[in-house]
Ligand binder design. Structure first.
Ligand SMILES: [Zn+2]
Length: 367
């Protein structure tokens, strides 16, 4: 008889179940104790106690009773597979199938999942470049900056590089960047530096960061060559190409991360910063950045073709290698473009011979 059941030797009702606390994703094997409330124990310790009247049924596959609790974390779940135990719980939880407010939470999650699915479908149908173009202006600057900080440390890790800070070299570098930045109409939030990597490259990161690798500096023969490269990167920065590239290259996983706010430490971003440095921007973005660089150099009364010559020297005619990027237009074409209507130098040198020598040795640590 049911009324006597509580008095039988099996009076300590309960059994084992799986518990998710709703905070971590850890799956715990717990023991349930059915007293005047439901105690959830692990290794003799009570993790939680749920009142029967607060317990609700959650969606679950057949053969599993999945429960949530109004007073627990919204995502806390209990999974019961033991049919006898499940039946006992159903009997005790009178309001298990009430249409609880918790359902709205489920609806919101379903809604977001649909939005994520819809955006993936949109990406497949309309292509990533368009989505990236649409999304980029919507990304708040503060968010982009935070993203840039994460990308920044990842780039340094990937290339095992640090920022070179030999004082004389740093002074010359700041002078060069400041002249370019002011000519480009960019504010002082631009951050830049030389990284101690032998890779001949330069790149811009989201959030206003421009980096030059020492490997490219080593191959340069004068300040104009490097100035044009930096101006090119400032062009990417001004057009927020890195943010666009990150969305483009990070692809759907990045979009999902964006939707769910799981950015830091997501694999999408690691992938993103790797591609930022190797091959990120579209041909169009590259051509625009080159035009920008040519304009800046001319505004400063300096030749643009020096940079074209540096690129050709680094990449060879075909523009092979990691170098200042394989997706860039062929170096030969770039040089031709930079040489076109290139007036003779009319402005003062951007750096003195002394400053140029200091810049070249910015990564040398001996004082
Ligand atoms: Zn570029």
């Amino acid at each position: 008889m049911d009324s006597d059941a509580a008095e039988t030797p099996k009076s300590q009702r309960g059994g084992s179940a799986i518990y998710f606390d709703g905070v971590s994703s850890r799956r715990r094997t717990v023991t349930l104790r059915l007293s005047d409330r439901l105690d959830i124990d692990e290794d003799g310790q009570t993790l939680a106690a749920w009142d029967y009247s607060d317990i609700r049924r959650a969606d679950s596959p057949a053969g599993v009773l999945r429960l949530s609790c109004l007073t627990a974390s919204a995502l806390a779940r209990l999974e019961v597979r033991d049919t006898a135990l499940a039946a006992e719980l159903v009997a005790r939880c009178a309001r298990m199938d009430d249409n609880a407010p918790g359902r709205r939470g489920v609806a919101a999650i379903v809604g977001w999942s649909l939005a994520a699915a819809a955006s993936i479908v949109a990406v497949v149908l309309f292509g990533l470049p368009l989505i990236a173009d649409r999304l980029t202006p919507l990304v708040p600057e503060a968010f982009e900056r935070r993203l840039g900080d994460v990308a920044d440390s990842q780039v340094k890790t990937i290339f095992d590089a640090k920022v070179c800070d030999n004082p004389a070299g740093q002074k010359a570098f700041v002078k060069l960047v400041t002249a370019l930045r002011e000519s480009a109409g960019l504010d002082t939030s631009v951050q830049s530096g030389v990284l101690s990597s032998p890779v001949p490259n330069a790149f811009a990161l989201p959030g206003g960061k421009v980096y030059l690798f020492n490997g490219l500096l080593a191959k340069a023969e004068n300040a104009d060559e490097i100035a044009g490269v930096l101006a090119h990167e400032l062009g990417h920065l001004k057009h927020r190409d890195s943010m666009r590239g990150l969305i483009h290259n990070g692809g759907t996983s990045f979009l999902i991360g964006l939707l769910f706010g799981d950015i830091t430490g997501s694999s999408a971003l690691i992938f993103g910063s790797r591609t930022l440095v190797t091959s990120s921007h579209s041909r169009e973005a590259e051509t625009n950045a080159d035009s920008f660089a040519i304009e800046i150099m001319h505004r400063l009364g300096r030749p643009a073709k020096s940079t074209g010559e540096l690129l050709l020297r680094v990449t060879g005619k075909e523009g092979k290698g990691l170098s200042i990027i394989s997706t860039h237009p062929l170096s030969e074409d770039r040089l031709a473009r930079m040489s076109r209507q290139d007036p003779p130098a009319s402005g003062p040198p951007l750096l003195s011979a002394e400053e140029w020598r200091s810049l070249k040795s910015i990564c040398e640590t001996k004082i």
